[in-house]
Write a protein that binds this ligand. Sequence first.
Ligand SMILES: Cc1cc2nc3c(=O)[nH]c(=O)nc-3n(C[C@H](O)[C@H](O)[C@H](O)COP(=O)(O)OP(=O)(O)OC[C@H]3O[C@@H](n4cnc5c(N)ncnc54)[C@H](O)[C@@H]3O)c2cc1C
Length: 349
Amino acid sequence: MTPDDVLGTVIRSHLSELSEQEKAEIFAQKIESPAVRKMDEQSMLQWCKASGFSDNAIEMMAAANGFLGGLMYFSALSFVRVGGNYGEMEEIAGGSALLPAALADKLKSKPRMGCEVIRLERDDDASEATAVYVEENSIKREVGDFVLCTIPFPVLSKLDNPFSASKHRAIREFSYVSATKVLAVTNRRFWEIEDGIYGGSTSSDLPISTIHYPSDNAQAKTHAISANPSVLLASYTTGNLARHLAHLPEQERYRIVQQNLAKIHPQVNQNGTIQSMESWSWDNHRWSLGAWSLIRPYQQSSLYEHGIAPEGRIYFAGEHTSTNQGWMQSALESSLRAVQEILVEASKA
Ligand SMILES: Cc1cc2nc3c(=O)[nH]c(=O)nc-3n(C[C@H](O)[C@H](O)[C@H](O)COP(=O)(O)OP(=O)(O)OC[C@H]3O[C@@H](n4cnc5c(N)ncnc54)[C@H](O)[C@@H]3O)c2cc1C
């Protein structure tokens, strides 16, 4: 059996027990049916065990599935939600940064960068909400009819917030995935010239987890591009592995990545192949403090509604408030929901 066979069997055997109506509830905000509630209550690991697979088979499947494999202790419901998008990923040619730039282009009132929100305030009697922020060392206030807050919950938990106890609990307890990426600048695309790998990824059970190869030369396979310097995503880790790498001193992190990368691509130990390395840990970055949110068992039924509920005139959006957590699409979907909620509230005035 291949890793895909194991994963496919686990998912199919459980989903085949659901009626069409129950399947339609998988992305619902409020889950009514006992069968989908059970998906919220069980971890993905429990599903794998219930399908009769050995620990070795589960480990093989997890190692071969990159970041999906790191989600065994999250709920089966969240695994199915995230996994549902995994096979159909598209790439924005030219880089993902083009998406927010294109959205910003359409806005009449442009986003103001460099403003750190330090406090939210609400005045329910006046039907107002305020964002207090720091811009160029000055504390400023923006008062409005509504505030739409998309700050990731780990960051929001550090702010001075006028929220109910249930909202505070949701902000504290929403679980987030850890992720670390280590990039290597190389003097040539040895993986293309010498190994014939054009795009795609290599998953492993090494501490570096998954290697991702640039896709920009995957179709054309132009030799001149292969022969020029490039950037390799030498290690993309989630969960424990991401935290372990993130906590190492920088040079030690790079040494371990190179050492393990060499087990798959020995060329990286040739003098001059790796020119430099850079890394990013979402856990350690002050504006994220985690990579993306993903619910653990029981969190959809006990926490989610409190996470998205407005607090006075403060409304909430962002990928963490979507039932389709973890994607750019999640952030877009959540903002549609929140804007609809705001319009309904505004129409009551
Ligand atoms: C490693 C990794 C890989 C991913 N891969 C993919 C992928 O392949 N495809 C995909 O669709 N999605 C992917 N995602 C998920 C996607 O990036 C997120 O779901 C999406 O960016 C969430 O958008 P958001 O607006 O909710 O949050 P964010 O993009 O996190 O935006 C929140 C913003 O709030 C700002 N902020 C934080 N604190 C404050 C404050 N106090 N004051 C003011 N501003 C503040 C932050 O600087 C940030 O700009 C990936 C995420 C990670 C971490």
